[in-house]
Design a protein around this ligand. Structure first.
Ligand code: PLP
Length: 402
């Protein structure tokens, strides 16, 4: 008898399931709006020019394949922290930010979850927005934290439930941990305004909550990496100690290279050194040390003036193409097709995703009748739309809601 005869089959991943259905569909008009990866104007994966150049430079320098330190490539993590916190950041200037390389954003969240479970002295409860990225709950549960939710999305307005958010954070137990999407909230595409962020910061201070930022899309929301870092920088400037997970998957298109960073702001360099030592103790038995190649690419881009400005332009190019698809979809639905319903949210939402408000039966009908695939909650990746398929998509939505 096999040792695994009693292992139950688990449910398939909801997002990867969409891709499988898409692949099996033979219709030439098919569209995949399920994946959270950028696609260019021709619907193809996009390798940034700055990344190609950085790789050429790397290849010609014939680097070795030695192990990295446990916390990764130090030049890279220093620059990653600078990108997030900004040159004016007090903890950064004081040498009080503990930072480690991570297996992209997911790994950063997992290191953070494990660190908080082991060392945060006050609470093992983390509050996530409802809804949040589907992997947040298992990441933090498997890290040893208790996961709870705070209200975020208002179905009626297809916008932020700011009153619900405030009430839930005010009612959270003192010193609980709260996860905040720094920008381009996934899956809703709805971010607090700068004024709302200031109020959230005040509530977090009043309730002595511990803010853990997930910044998977820096630059992708507005096209500007510093504008998208507003929330993180505001909290730090208000004296909060924060945890931060960064990913270079989206903003550098380095998805499969797994480049990220996790950081904590600490009181001073001496405390930072103690925190660093504990980060190493958490990471060493997990995966020993992180992969080299992607970190070298990101380091080359962040450290070279010309490559950096090329990259900034490419991030803005991706963000702008997504914003133009939002405008085109909105105007096709409302002006050309006179589709029933309110579609302003399509234009107002931020980042890679749009929560369309389409219902599960409508998304099912779109897949079966129109060969258009999205997650069952009606979330679409705007990056999957382009000038060749956007009209067909709008017509299909129009037919599905009538
Ligand atoms: N956090 C959010 C909100 C995300 O949407 C994602 C990816 O979709 C991630 C983190 C982590 O992605 P990765 O591990 O590829 O960096």
């Amino acid at each position: 008898l096999s040792s695994w005869s009693a292992v139950p089959a688990g449910p398939p991943d909801p997002i990867l399931g969409v891709t499988e259905a898409f692949k099996a569909d033979k219709d030439p008009r098919k569209i995949n709006l399920g994946v959270g990866a950028y696609r260019d104007e021709n619907g193809k994966p996009y390798i940034l020019g700055s990344v190609k150049k950085a790789e050429e430079l790397l290849t010609s320098s014939k680097p070795d394949k030695e192990y990295l330190p446990i916390t990764g490539l130090p030049e890279f993590t220093k620059k990653a922290a600078l990108l997030a916190y900004g040159a004016d950041s007090e903890p950064l200037k004081q040498g009080a930010v503990a930072v480690t390389q991570s297996i992209s954003g997911t790994g950063a969240l997992r290191i953070g979850g494990a660190f908080l479970a082991r060392h945060y002295p006050h609470s093992k409860v983390i509050y996530l927005p409802v809804p949040s990225w589907g992997n947040h709950t298992p990441i933090f549960r498997d890290s040893g934290l208790e996961v709870r939710g705070y209200r975020y999305f208002d179905k009626k307005t297809v916008g932020l439930d700011f009153e619900g958010l405030k009430a839930d954070l005010l009612a959270a137990p003192e010193q609980a941990i709260v996860l905040l999407h720094a920008c381009a909230h996934n899956p809703t595409g709805i971010d607090p305004t700068p004024e709302q962020w200031q109020i959230i910061s005040d509530i977090v201070k009043e309730r002595k909550l511990f803010p853990f930022f997930d910044m998977a899309y820096q630059g992708f929301a507005s096209g500007s990496t510093s504008q998208d870092a507003f929330a993180v920088r505001h909290f730090v400037s208000q004296g909060h100690q924060i945890a931060l997970a960064q990913s270079f998957a989206k903003n550098m298109g380095l998805y499969g290279e797994r480049v990220g960073a996790f950081s904590l702001t600490t009181a001073d360099p001496e405390e930072k050194a103690r925190v660093d030592s504990q980060l190493k103790i958490i990471i060493r038995p997990m995966y020993s040390n992180p992969p080299l190649h992607g970190a070298r690419i990101a380091n080359a881009i962040l450290g070279d003036k010309a490559l950096y400005s090329q990259w900034e332009g490419e991030v803005k190019g991706m963000a702008d193409r997504i914003i133009s698809m939002r405008e085109k979809l909105y105007s096709t639905l409302t002006h050309d097709l006179k589709t029933p319903g309110e579609w302003g949210h399509i234009k107002n939402q931020i980042g890679m995703f749009s929560f369309t408000g389409l219902t599960p039966p409508q998304t099912k009908a779109l897949a079966e009748k129109a060969h258009v695939y999205m997650t069952g909650d009606g979330r679409i990746s705007m990056a999957g739309l382009n000038s060749s398929n956007i009209e067909y998509f709008a017509e299909s939505v129009n037919a599905a809601v009538r």
